[in-house]
Design a binder for this molecule. Structure first.
Ligand SMILES: Cc1ncc(COP(=O)(O)O)c(C=O)c1O
Length: 464
């Protein structure tokens, strides 16, 4: 059967695929929903699948050169926050590929977008020959980012790290020959050579040369009343010691890998004012925070839009993107590359933004409701049979974390494995203490949050 190309009208954004394609897509979406409809609860592994599953895990270890972190290989079937694995188990997925699947598994609008994207004439789009999705997604992102900032342009990349590399180059070119960057202690920026340097974790650059181009200031510490002052003092010292040699202040609006610690607007403002005074680029790395903090951008949640020169996003939008103001528009040749993203990613990114924009944002939006319920549930655990074992619950929006026990790595790793075995997927963040973090999908129901809390409580009581 010949299928006409699936495409969208660039003006109206309406799908203009043939009726034949529309009808096939609709029935495929319905079929995918059927596949996952039985996934409504956590399920233990099926002993009859143990042998097959062991083979998958063994192959993963052999061909990657190291075992999987969890015994996780998905079958490709999922529904909402639930995902089915090759061992027959069903997990409540509260980590979502470290923050990619914000609408959970098999969301009908995402599946529809993926199907439409897959019927396009090409797989990957490039900067030389974009299709309509490329333009449409950049336009949408710029429109949304520009509501509360001067961000005016958008350039795609295939991941957060490359979006960050482009951001760094833009800031350095504009402020050439400045080479230094200021960033927070415990920052994470990705794992390319330069982003591993910007990331404050020596374990991620073992054996690599030091470039010594990053200056650190401490992040906000809520238990220290002097915290903001200390950070600002050091910031000013760095500027004084490196006159005209600082290209950017690269910051996560909330430390992600660094421990899910949030900071108030008042902490950031004096730092950003300093940047403006000295012509240093303000670069918000929103790779983890984008779509998750109760507004689309964390700079909106924190009301910092007026300061932002460059903003990087990835994960939830299904590809990487660097957003920048007119001043930071680079000279031709500085940023390019073969891939800008897949047609499927672009379609899915557009659908996710659209879906998330409906009822998820604002003080009473679903993101904040989920946050409040999860945090209060964790706080209640700390007062119940698990008293003292789940402390300092916090985060922003769909990023939630707590410190179990004493926050020692071995304890937290053992707890996470126990939670996984009992059906709840989470992951660690932070160094001292190590915390348990959740990247909660926006489609989670209250009853599913309660289900997760019950498993967490059981594991905390069992101890390590
Ligand atoms: C704040 C931040 N920046 C950059 C990255 C790197 O993104 P990617 O893994 O897509 O390259 C991450 C990934 O977790 C991140 O959290």
């Amino acid at each position: 059967m010949m299928l006409a190309q699936s495409r969208k009208d660039p003006e109206s954004g309406e799908a203009v695929s043939s009726p034949q394609i529309q009808s096939h897509v609709a029935s495929l979406v319905a079929e995918v929903q059927k596949q996952g409809q039985a996934l409504v609860n956590i399920r233990p592994p099926d002993p009859s699948k143990a042998h097959l599953a062991a083979q998958w895990f063994q192959d993963a270890a052999q061909f990657r050169g190291r075992p999987l972190h969890y015994n996780y290989v998905g079958t490709g079937v999922g529904r909402g926050p639930f995902v089915e694995l090759v061992d027959g188990s069903v997990k409540l997925d509260l980590i979502n590929g470290i923050g990619i699947h914000i609408l959970g598994h098999s969301h009908p609008r995402v599946i529809e977008a993926c199907l439409q994207g897959s019927l396009s004439d090409i797989v990957m789009q490039g900067n030389l020959q974009p299709n309509t999705e490329y333009i449409e997604l950049s336009k949408r992102l710029v429109q949304l980012a520009g509501r509360q900032s001067r961000l005016k342009h958008c350039w795609f990349a295939t991941c957060g790290t490359m979006a960050n590399e482009n951001a760094l180059k833009m800031s350095r070119q504009k402020l050439s020959p400045a080479r230094m960057i200021i960033s927070f202690k415990n920052a994470f920026a990705g794992r390319s050579t330069m982003m591993a340097e910007l990331t404050d974790n020596p374990a991620y650059r073992q054996g690599l040369p030091e470039y010594n181009e990053v200056l650190r200031i401490p992040f906000y510490e809520k238990n220290d009343p002097q915290s903001s002052e200390k950070a600002l003092r050091l910031f000013k010292e760095h500027i004084a010691q490196h006159p005209k040699n600082i290209s950017a202040f690269a910051f996560e609006p909330m430390l992600g890998e660094g421990g899910y610690q949030a900071a108030p607007r008042e902490f950031f403002v004096p730092l950003l004012e300093e940047c403006k005074k000295h012509g240093i680029a303000v670069w918000a790395d929103e790779v983890q925070t984008f779509m998750r903090t109760g507004e689309l951008f964390a700079f909106e949640t924190l009301d910092l839009g007026q300061y932002i020169d460059i903003c990087t996003i990835a994960k939830t939008v299904q590809l990487g993107a660097t957003l920048y103001t007119e001043d930071y528009n680079p000279k031709p040749g500085l940023i390019a590359g073969t891939f800008s993203g897949s047609t499927v990613s672009m379609r899915a990114g557009l659908a996710i933004i659209q879906e998330m924009s409906q009822g998820h944002y604002g003080p009473q939006g679903r993101v904040n409701q989920i946050h409040r319920r999860f945090i209060s549930g964790l706080n209640r655990l700390n007062e119940s049979a698990a008293k003292g074992k789940a402390q300092d619950a916090g985060g922003m929006g769909l990023m939630v974390a707590f410190t179990p026990f004493d926050g020692k790595k071995e304890q937290v790793d053992a707890l996470l494995k126990n939670m996984f075995n009992k059906g709840v997927m989470a992951f660690a963040c932070g160094k001292d203490p190590v915390r348990v973090r959740f990247l909660v999908p926006a489609i989670i129901q209250d009853s599913e949050i309660d289900m997760a809390l019950k498993v967490i409580e059981e594991c905390l009581i069992e101890g390590v």
